[in-house]
Design a protein around this ligand. Structure first.
Ligand SMILES: NC(=O)c1ccc[n+]([C@@H]2O[C@H](COP(=O)([O-])OP(=O)(O)OC[C@H]3O[C@@H](n4cnc5c(N)ncnc54)[C@H](OP(=O)(O)O)[C@@H]3O)[C@@H](O)[C@H]2O)c1
Length: 269
């Protein structure tokens, strides 16, 4: 798997699997937990090693169990989870500490590769407090890297001003509906790796047709072209599928290279 070296020297795989509907009734985000992690099992079998979960997905424990039961050494995985910007988790220093300890327990691991603040924390004192606790877990080795999600440039600059350890990732929406081009340019310039959530979401039939036309030249499909566009410009992608063929297809991104012209067409979709 191709990797990108984060600002702290640690490598992150450029493709991972999302998990936000795994282990849930009807494969629905808000579905009841049903313990069915067959989609994560098949993703791991297909070769995914970066696994993106979050406390708000309610499935950290099932994700941890599935990874553990895969029998593949923990070190081969790159596990991301996220703390919600909610007082139940970030209301005090002790709550943040407890939240991280719970994630470690749920994920059945001694360390988490990447811990993100899931959404912007508007109260700057709480943002700073949360960040400082995450920094202390980097210090004691229980978290390898820390970052944010859905942060704007202004919010990133606020973190930059007080952080002892800078965020290495900003996980944001990026797809033809909401590319976030300006934010991605800023991240790339500032050595913060952009990670695209929903990379295959909100694509209209018209856009799929245009992407398929490009894809034909490479013997690929529209999803592969879209994901390739992102990784080619330095964006990590975490596509999620419940379908074994699509999981495999979303990993087959390394045997072709989009031309400048095709990149421009995709960027302008
Ligand atoms: N930080 C945040 O705020 C945030 C927000 C949203 C998501 N996320 C993370 O990002 C991950 C990915 O986002 P997502 O799950 O919303 O959506 P996504 O990866 O964009 O996938 C959207 C849908 O596309 C389908 N799909 C997958 N591969 C395909 C392909 N090759 N061709 C056609 N359709 C395909 C899947 O359905 P099938 O199952 O039928 O294949 C899936 O339901 C999440 O699972 C989660 O881990 C983070």
């Amino acid at each position: 798997m191709q990797t990108i070296t984060l600002a702290n020297g640690i490598e992150i795989p450029v493709v991972g699997t999302g998990t936000n509907t795994y282990g849930k009734e009807g494969n629905q985000y808000n579905g009841e937990l049903n313990g069915d992690f067959s989609a994560l099992k098949s993703a791991i079998q297909a070769g995914y090693r970066l696994v993106d979960t979050a406390i708000s997905y309610r499935n950290e424990a099932g994700v941890g169990k599935t990874i553990f039961e895969s029998g593949i050494p923990r070190e081969e995985f790159y596990i991301t989870t996220k703390i919600p910007a909610d007082d139940a988790y970030i209301g005090s220093k002790e709550l943040v500490e407890q939240t991280v300890l719970n994630s470690l327990k749920n994920l059945k691991t001694d360390f988490i590769d990447l811990y993100l603040i899931h959404q912007p924390i508007e109260d700057e004192a709480k943002l700073k407090q949360t960040w400082q606790v995450l920094e202390s877990f980097v210090d004691n080795g229980k978290i390898k890297s820390i970052g944010v999600s859905n942060f704007t440039i202004d919010m990133l600059e606020a973190v930059h001003n007080f952080a002892r350890i800078q965020p290495v990732v900003n996980q944001i929406q990026s797809n033809p509906h909401t590319w976030n081009h300006e934010l991605i340019d800023y991240l790339l310039k500032n050595d913060i790796v952009p990670e695209a959530w929903g990379p295959l979401s909100k694509v209209t039939q018209e856009q799929i047709d245009k992407l398929n036309k490009i894809a034909e030249n490479y013997g690929k499909n529209w999803g592969q072209v879209l994901l390739r566009y992102q990784i080619q410009r330095g964006v990590v992608v975490i596509p999620k599928s419940h379908n074994v063929e699509r999981q495999a297809s979303n990993l087959e991104l390394f045997d072709f290279e989009l031309t400048k012209e095709d990149q421009f067409i995709i960027e302008s979709l």
